[in-house]
Design a protein around this ligand. Structure first.
Ligand SMILES: *[C@@H]1O[C@H](CO)[C@@H](O)[C@H](O)[C@H]1NC(C)=O
Length: 126
């Protein structure tokens, strides 16, 4: 009886978690601390690589085809969801234990200018 109650509690918790973030879709926000601009886009967690230029084309981050940012974060991080931002130089991994990254790859040093995001790609999976 007790374990049945526990199961019911877990189920209602899972339902609440799922309704907070629609299953299969991920919200990712990119901020530019220098311009004060930020934008959030929703993309499917289907493992496909997508270009940031395309995803953020219709957002405030589009500066005549140039995209600048300082940090990225998962808006509703959930367990088992991982997004990878791929650049020529490195990969940034966002997940429930580390939902935000500084896009220069250095958490300890303040950025002097925003990072150019053109050419960056993102891939999310569950
Ligand atoms: C999140 O990603 C980091 C790498 O940035 C990894 O060390 C950690 O195990 C991951 N956590 C989960 C819950 O996947």
């Amino acid at each position: 009886m007790k374990s049945l109650f526990k199961l019911a509690a877990i189920c209602s918790y899972l339902t609440a978690t799922i309704s907070a973030a629609p299953s299969g879709l991920i919200s990712i926000a990119i901020q530019n601390e220098f311009s004060g601009k930020s934008a959030t886009v929703v993309l499917p967690a289907d493992g496909r690589l997508r270009r940031l230029n395309d995803l953020f084309a219709n957002t405030a981050l589009n500066n005549n085809g140039q995209f600048f940012g300082t940090s990225a974060r998962l808006v509703h991080p959930v367990a088992d969801t991982t997004c990878t931002i791929r650049t020529n130089l490195r990969n940034f991994i966002l997940n429930s234990s580390k939902p935000a990254v500084e896009l220069d790859g250095n958490q300890n040093v303040a950025l002097l200018k925003p990072v150019v995001l053109n050419g960056f790609q993102i891939q999310c999976q569950m």
